[in-house]
Design a protein around this ligand. Structure first.
Ligand SMILES: Cc1cc2nc3c(=O)[nH]c(=O)nc-3n(C[C@H](O)[C@H](O)[C@H](O)COP(=O)(O)O)c2cc1C
Length: 157
């Protein structure tokens, strides 16, 4: 099987997750390459496509949204989706709901077989007012990526 992991990333977190997913797939004997969406011109020739984007302002990045709508949705290969979020696990339920809605919207555009949230990373602690608004506890680490969860999901693909 030949996998493409197509990602967008602003600060490198999603890139690292995409590259780790590709490595895990290769370790089990399949072919896999992780590529930024800006470098993808042709989606043909892949058996499976995994798409990943960070969430900014409770939405995926605009360029990722456009890529899904204009290119990926037209591709027949089975697709899986992951979104990288800092608020989904620890944030208030209203933000969780907004994030869930965004994931469902993208999954529908893509007809994705599966879709998942992964915890992400922020560069520096959120200011107190932002922690309060989003409901993020003070002691939350900057990097909340859960590599075991990522590995478990990758095994299922
Ligand atoms: C400007 C900005 C806005 C963000 N907005 C959200 C958000 O609305 N919801 C959320 O869960 N995470 C949000 N985050 C957190 C990141 O999306 C997340 O931690 C992710 O790891 C960043 O991925 P990247 O390094 O691939 O860009 C935001 C981060 C930044 C820098």
């Amino acid at each position: 099987m030949d996998y493409l992991i197509a990602y967008s990333s602003k600060t490198g977190t999603t890139k690292e997750i995409a590259e780790r997913i590709a490595k895990m797939i290769e370790e089990r004997g399949d072919k896999a390459e992780a590529k930024p969406i800006s470098a993808i011109h042709d989606l043909s020739g892949y058996d499976r496509i995994i798409l990943g984007s960070p969430v900014n302002g409770m939405k995926v990045l605009p360029e990722f949204n456009a890529f899904c709508r204009e290119k990926a949705s037209a591709c027949n290969a089975p697709k899986d989706l992951f979104l990288v979020s800092y608020m989904f696990e620890n944030g208030r339920s209203m933000w969780k709901k907004a994030l869930q809605k965004e994931k469902t919207r993208l999954a529908e555009i893509l007809s994705a077989r599966s879709s998942e949230f992964f915890g992400g990373r922020i560069d520096k602690q959120l200011p107190g007012f932002a922690r309060l608004i989003f409901g993020i506890p003070r002691d939350t680490p900057l990097d909340i990526r859960n590599w075991v969860a990522i590995e478990t999901w990758t095994k299922s693909l």
